[in-house]
Design a binder for this molecule. Structure first.
Ligand code: IPE
Ligand code: IPE
Ligand code: MG
Length: 222
């Protein structure tokens, strides 16, 4: 049976979920947060050591300002309401992505959350915010200078020494990676789910993890 160390999520479909209900895209984002909570809880129950959520891509700056601001405010509110629970549940929050371009307000919150959950050991939750895999790889090359090899580059990525994802789940029906973890996904089992992110639930997730356990992973061997 395959061991499960790391699951990554491209949580797509919030906008369509809100629009289908005639309540606007942001209503979908608001409900998407509920799914994040459910998936974190389920991951703890399933004893998964690391999970990663794609929250905001380097390309998402192309969206209307009002939607971008709403997304950032959602993150701020989430931690305002949940930080104590996050700490007591043993969740270590780690941010991957380029923090410097984010508004000061959210930067302060994210730094605080990272600091206050640093010693937690039950689960690592990576939030990919202003994350772009191409940027990440270019930055890694700059960091290693002339010492270019697989090991040095892996270590220079935002994910550092973390295990690569064993599973990637993308909801929302599109079968693409959208500049997410291009290096780290080299041997990941990929699951594309038609459900929109706010409709995705713990049961759907567990089905995937059960399927994954039985997959024959070859890594180029036979
Ligand atoms: C959420 O889904 C992804 C984020 C950028 C937060 P979308 O907002 O892309 O929803 P759709 O794909 O337009 O439905
Ligand atoms: C990917 O979703 C980014 C996040 C989930 C944060 P997008 O909705 O931005 O992807 P594209 O633009 O459809 O490829
Ligand atoms: Mg989308």
């Amino acid at each position: 049976m395959n061991k499960l160390n790391h699951v990554a999520f491209i949580m797509d479909g919030n906008g369509r979920w809100g629009q289908r209900r005639n309540k606007g895209r942001n209503f979908g984002h608001f409900n998407g947060v509920k799914t994040v909570k459910k998936i974190v809880e389920k991951s703890i129950k399933l004893r998964i050591p690391i999970i990663t959520f794609y929250v905001f891509s380097t390309e998402n700056w192309k969206r209307p300002k009002s939607e971008i601001n709403f997304l950032f405010q959602l993150i701020i509110n989430y931690f305002k309401e949940e930080l104590n629970k996050v700490i007591s549940n043993g969740i270590k929050v780690n941010i991957i992505g380029k923090l410097n371009r984010l508004p000061k307000k959210i930067k302060i919150v994210l730094k605080d959350v990272t600091k206050k959950t640093k010693k937690n050991k039950r689960i690592i939750v990576n939030l990919a915010i202003n994350y772009g895999s191409r940027d990440e790889i270019v930055d890694a090359f700059k960091r290693v200078k002339n010492k270019i090899n697989i090991k040095s580059l892996s270590k220079a990525l935002y994910t550092k020494n973390m295990e690569n994802p064993d599973i990637l789940i993308r909801t929302g029906g599109h079968k693409r990676l959208s500049n997410f973890m291009l290096w780290q996904l080299a041997y990941t089992e990929i699951y594309f789910v038609d459900k929109l992110w706010p409709d995705f639930n713990g049961k759907d997730f567990e089905k995937i993890t059960n399927n994954f356990k039985k997959v024959k992973r070859n890594f180029g061997s036979i």
